[in-house]
Design a protein around this ligand. Sequence first.
Ligand code: NSP
Length: 237
Amino acid sequence: MSLSEEMITEAQPYLTANEKHPFVQGIINGTLSPQQLRYYDEQDIAFEYNEVAVINALINYGTTTDQVQLFHKRLTLQLNMLRDWLKREPDSMPHDWKSLKWTPIQPINQLYRQHMAATIQTHSVLQILPSFAAGEWLYIELGKYLKHQTRVDQEPFRSFLTLGNQDFLGPTGFIQQFFEIIDQEAEKASIREQQQAKATFLKSCLLEWYFWDASYKHITWDNWQSAALTGQTGPLL
Ligand SMILES: Cc1ncc(CN)c(N)n1
């Protein structure tokens, strides 16, 4: 089994857990509150800007021209998506560049962003790419799962998790190419480096679940602080 096949196989329980998460179920049923949607939206835009830094690192440390061109293409797509995202916010959810810069990065988002950013200092595509590819893979798989559900047909729920762009899918789509790059890089790496790359992939899948959870429960530094300072030791998070 190739390294990417191992990653995908071992990530299946995480995928199932993500599918079952009440936030994902809330997308299907259209039952998320404006507050939950707003939290996700703000945090996710900030998360996607962090992905820009990770993709930039992949461009820097790519080991072939083909890799660098692919990462460059993915970066352009990311910036276009972000530009369109900023444009389509309703009045109730302003997302101009300035307000975005002041959006506090909440605890789980910070943990996930730092988990990804920490791979940059390895200067290794094998270590950096799985941190990013995991979220991409999971969103594509969740999109496939949602396609088979009877989901509400109104915005903003309708467009959620629809990475329908053909650039992402199929044998020449980004995710397939990312897995091929992981396997090419793995051939040059030690077993230990391969295991580290897999652990990074799986940790991103786990943090995806916590990202939904934080949005569902509105986890913020403020409510963490008040829980700590009032001595609440309730359920995990
Ligand atoms: C948390 C998260 N993970 C992944 C993606 C898809 N790049 C995203 N937008 N947000």
